[in-house]
Design a protein around this ligand. Structure first.
Ligand SMILES: Nc1ncnc2c1ncn2[C@@H]1O[C@H](COP(=O)(O)OP(=O)(O)O)[C@@H](O)[C@H]1O
Ligand SMILES: [Mg+2]
Length: 60
């Protein structure tokens, strides 16, 4: 079963596109490592999933 399903996630802060077509799936029992340089958007993806941001586009 897919527990986390992120499809075509986009988010901008003003004119700055921070997330551009983020896609990831995590199935039940799986772990997922989200790796990237500082400022690449890792925390922003999780904040979208947690409901802290609501101005994203795509499917969660
Ligand atoms: N609330 C916010 N308002 C404006 N810009 C933001 C906000 N949160 C994050 N950003 C910007 O979005 C980008 C991604 O940040 P972030 O998701 O924190 O990266 P990471 O967690 O990968 O270090 C950075 O350029 C950051 O400055
Ligand atoms: Mg972070």
């Amino acid at each position: 079963m897919t527990m986390i399903d992120v499809n075509a996630l986009h988010l901008a802060f003003g004119a700055v596109n921070v997330l551009n077509n983020v896609n990831l799936q995590v199935r039940q029992g799986q772990s997922f490592g989200l790796v990237g340089e500082s400022g690449s958007g890792k925390t922003t993806v999780l904040r979208c999933l947690a409901g802290q941001y609501t101005h994203w586009e795509g499917n969660l």
